[in-house]
Write a protein that binds this ligand. Structure first.
Ligand code: ASN
Length: 322
């Protein structure tokens, strides 16, 4: 039987609906009673790390989760790790762990869209599916995975696309990397690359801004008042920005603050194509770093981690080309 470590961090999967219709964390983890069922498919060790809604989870907390898993893995050999997590920031935690762990031991994140006592609660089936994926031989070498609604997604591309449906997670760029059927776990693709960073702390301040039609420089002027180490901008289309913000970007670059560009569009990459003021070709020439199809929230985490290792522009550009 495979040995699986389950780390609970909180989220709706750990919550209950009260009589007034409010959903919150209350008492013992509701999936504790599900332990016996899980024991029929794997040998389970459970770690109650936290009971937090995922909006309360920060990169610093994710780093603590990573350290806890590394400590537990030093003491005991596990075939796979499952992390239960709130769905609101699940994709961010999954991607951050993907950057912090090598691909040898499967790490699978799951959660629930409906709390434990709601009709049709998806927590138990998602947890069961996640344990099966973490214990499957093919999961090794796949990077950190997200299992929701019987689909397996790669941490790099998965995103929450629906606020309440149980089919809330999709990978718009390339679809799921696998599915969970009644009998099997089936994978379609393997990732082509692996990235690993070894960091002890997260101390940098990286902001995320979204571009919008008519955007002016006022947000950038406000940001000048605070100390930042980097910024990610969700640009329009292939990586274009309104012209009025260009002088603010030039100022940041002159002050050695790296600017990473991603797209507001869910699919495709940003590319230096348009040669007008604020267009991608001109931004690239000015020293803006182009990302590789990551969402804004994931590029922000990558910059946060990368800046712990280097603030050399060429190095950062290489990291974001991966
Ligand atoms: N479905 C969920 O888990 C949402 C919840 N608000 C959370 O992220 O903690």
């Amino acid at each position: 039987m495979k040995k699986i470590l389950i780390v609970h961090t909180g989220g709706t999967i750990a919550m209950k609906e009260n009589q007034a219709g409010g959903v919150s964390i209350e008492g013992k983890h509701p999936l504790s009673s599900f332990q016996e069922r899980l024991a029929s498919i794997a040998s389970i060790t459970t770690e109650h790390f936290s009971q937090l809604p995922s909006a309360h989870i920060s990169p610093q907390i994710v780093l603590e989760v990573a350290k806890k898993i590394k400590d537990l893995k030093k003491k005991e050999q596990f075939d796979g790790v499952v992390i239960t997590h709130g769905t609101d920031t699940l994709e961010e935690t999954a991607y951050m762990l993907d950057l912090l762990f090598s691909q040898d031991c499967p790490i699978v994140l799951t959660g629930a869209m409906k709390s434990s006592n709601e009709l049709g609660s998806d927590g138990p089936s998602n947890l069961m599916a996640a344990v099966r994926v973490a214990g499957s031989n093919e999961a090794s070498g796949m990077g950190v995975l997200v299992v929701m609604n019987d689909e397996v997604h790669s941490a790099k591309y998965v995103t929450k696309t629906h606020t309440s449906s149980i089919a809330a997670f999709e990978s718009p760029q390339n679809g799921p990397v696998g599915i969970v059927t009644k009998k099997d776990v089936v994978f379609f693709y393997k990732p082509l690359s692996e990235e690993n960073y070894s960091i002890e702390t997260i101390e940098k301040n990286v902001l995320l801004l979204k571009a919008y039609s008519g955007m002016g420089s006022e947000l950038f002027e406000a940001i000048e008042q605070i100390k930042i180490d980097g910024i990610v901008i969700e640009a329009m289309g292939q990586g274009n920005l309104p012209p009025h913000i260009v002088p603010s970007l030039e100022k940041m670059i002159a002050n050695d603050i790296p600017i990473v560009l991603v797209s507001r569009s869910q699919k495709g990459f940003v590319q230096p194509v348009y040669d007008y003021e604020g267009g991608g070709k001109q931004l690239k020439k000015k020293g803006v770093i182009f990302s590789n199809g990551l969402s804004g929230q994931k590029a922000r985490l990558k910059l946060l981690i990368a800046l712990q290792t280097t603030n050399d522009f060429n190095q950062l550009e290489k990291i974001f080309a991966l």
